[in-house]
Design a protein. Structure first.
Length: 313
């Protein structure tokens, strides 16, 4: 499969500009309808021939680039021409054969990329219709920028008390409705105060992992993958269902060593800080190391990479 670039890049650029102007006018006039054409998005999983996740692989479309996280997951989206065309798409990972090809655009695709070893006879393959359960570790955001799902579509499962959370282990809170539970939102608002509105916006456009239990704490992990603007944003909501204590960790910015905060009672309990460090390591440990010191997360990028998780130089 070979890349089939557009013959007129200037025309594509003008189409994209016109699309942005249309979107801006739509938003300002509050007359938006469901927006489909002109947006290319893909999320998926990169694995080796044995099916093991491959972290640190570079996935690229025309203008957007992502680096797979520790689970081998990636997420890409970008504005593109509204008419049907082929989007350049490539995957590159150390020790593996690269893939260079095209994907249909505009639209949204779920992919599973199976890398072939550089010395093998096989070729790297891209599955465009993988079984749904193969991508559970790369659970997508509940909503996209242009599409609002109803509570019924999302399978709403709100809770009335924090003590009910253990009954929802294994669910995806950004899809099931857990994050929309008033009791949980009230607890978060009490902790975050003036940062609450910005935080809720982060939750709205992020993906999530399944609800998990770590000792006496229930963990709701909501984050954005490494993206073309570099880094990502991570947030962990930790709830003790027995005591109703809540802590919220929020990594808002990767620049300058990372801007993060932990909301909740201080000092932060040792088991909470350990969960935070372990989760950050599981997501981005392929290009940074995380530790806890002086009441805060410390981030050190792996030698040879920058704060975007990409090779320096």
């Amino acid at each position: 499969m070979t890349v089939k670039p557009e013959s007129d890049h200037r025309s594509n650029w003008l189409s994209a500009l016109a699309l942005w102007l249309l979107v801006a006018r739509c938003i300002l006039s509050a007359s938006c309808v469901t927006f489909v054409d002109g947006w290319f998005g893909t999320q998926g999983l990169v694995v080796n021939r044995e099916g093991r996740p491959v972290p640190g692989a570079t996935v690229q479309a025309r203008n957007a680039t992502a680096v797979t996280d520790r689970r081998g997951c990636f997420l890409i989206d970008e504005i593109t021409s509204p008419g049907k065309h082929l989007m350049p798409f490539s995957v590159d990972a150390a020790g593996s054969k690269s893939f260079v090809g095209t994907l249909p655009a505009p639209g949204h695709l779920r992919l599973r990329v199976v890398l072939a070893d550089s010395g093998s006879a096989g070729e790297t393959a891209v599955e465009t219709s993988p079984p749904p359960d193969t991508l559970l570790s790369c659970e997508p955001p509940r909503t996209s920028l242009w599409v609002k799902e109803s509570a019924q579509t999302a399978g709403s499962t709100r809770i009335a008390t924090l003590g009910e959370l253990p009954a929802h282990l294994g669910e995806y809170p950004c899809r099931s409705g857990l994050l929309e539970s008033p009791v949980l939102q009230t607890a978060i608002e009490d902790l975050l105060a003036d940062d609450y509105d910005e935080y809720m916006l982060h939750l709205q456009y992020s993906g999530c992992n399944a609800v998990a239990q770590h000792g006496s704490w229930i963990l709701l992990s909501v984050y954005r993958l490494v993206h073309r603007d570099g880094g990502g944003k991570a947030s962990f909501i930790l709830v003790n269902p027995q005591t109703a204590r809540v802590h919220v960790f929020w990594l808002r910015d990767w620049g300058n060593g990372g801007k993060s905060a932990v909301y909740g009672s201080q000092p932060v309990p040792a088991d909470v800080s350990r969960i935070i460090v372990d989760e950050l390591t599981s997501i981005w440990g392929h290009f940074a190391t995380f530790s806890w010191r002086d009441g805060a997360v410390q981030i050190v990028f792996t030698q040879g990479t920058n704060w975007q998780g990409r090779p320096e130089g």
